[in-house]
Design a protein around this ligand. Structure first.
Ligand code: FE2
Ligand code: FE2
Length: 169
């Protein structure tokens, strides 16, 4: 890794913490630590990873976007607040299709969202949900969410070397 790579990575981590700040430590966010997302990864770790890597990707590709909305939307994209593996907790049997709706309802209840954050949360499961995101932030999240999910399924301790500080929260 070059000095420049290291510098931009460090800057991205610092900016991520600035943007994510309060939301990372909001009361109900901690609940997500109790729920399994994939393999050994909690929904909290997954959401932090999707948010962090979405910011990294947007910067690496110089995609103009609202970074704050991107990070906040990603942190809340799976804010459905149940263990989807446990049928007794899930509100229905169609988690893959319906959880964006549950996540959005919970996020609207607990936080003040803007239109970008709403769109990102509601459509991040495209193409499983038929309506695609309308904003760039939503497209970034949709791609990074799938990449993170694959990594969580196939790699044990998937974020150990990638974003140690953020994923170890
Ligand atoms: Fe999701
Ligand atoms: Fe996700």
């Amino acid at each position: 890794m070059t000095h420049m790579d290291q510098g931009s990575r460090t800057r991205c981590s610092a900016d991520f913490e600035d943007i994510a700040g309060d939301l990372l430590h909001a009361a109900r966010m901690d609940d997500m630590e109790r729920y399994c997302q994939h393999g050994s990864t909690s929904t909290y770790q997954h959401s932090v990873a999707v948010a962090y890597y979405s910011l990294r990707l947007a910067r690496a590709l110089r995609i103009p976007c609202d970074e704050r909305s991107l990070v906040r939307g990603c942190l809340l994209h799976d804010y459905f607040l149940y263990d989807w593996h446990d049928g007794s907790q899930a509100p229905d049997r169609w988690h893959g299709f319906t959880h964006p709706r549950h996540a959005l309802a919970n996020a609207e209840r607990d936080f003040a969202l803007n239109d970008i954050e709403r769109d990102l949360i509601a459509h991040h499961m495209f193409p499983l949900v038929p309506i695609p995101p309308r904003c760039r932030e939503g497209w970034i999240a949709t791609l990074v969410d799938k990449a993170c999910s694959l990594r969580e399924v196939f790699v044990s301790n998937p974020y150990a070397n990638l974003c140690p500080k953020e994923a170890a929260l």
